[in-house]
Design a protein around this ligand. Structure first.
Ligand SMILES: [Zn+2]
Length: 85
């Protein structure tokens, strides 16, 4: 299994589906719609036509979404948000 294997980069079975509070650069993330602070995180693959053409979708960058548990608004981030403990 190489460094760029599909499982290492994009394995939805390892995602934490429990809601948490998150922060980025020391700022607590708040829902833009309802001001909620509990989110479920998901890793999303960003497809590009070139990589799809060569069947290399797995090598594309990933983004991170936080779905608000109160209103379901989805927030997108390129860097992984940190869980607030
Ligand atoms: Zn919300």
């Amino acid at each position: 299994m190489g460094f760029f294997s599909k499982q290492q980069i994009f394995d939805s079975t390892k995602e934490d589906k429990d809601p948490h509070q998150f922060q980025i650069n020391g700022t607590i993330i708040t829902c833009l719609h309802c001001s909620g602070v509990q989110f479920v995180q998901k890793q999303i693959l960003l497809n590009t036509p070139g990589m799809t053409f060569f069947s290399l979708d797995w090598a594309n960058k990933t983004a991170f979404t936080l779905t608000c548990t109160k209103c379901s608004q989805i927030l997108w981030f390129l860097q992984a948000p940190d869980v607030v403990k």
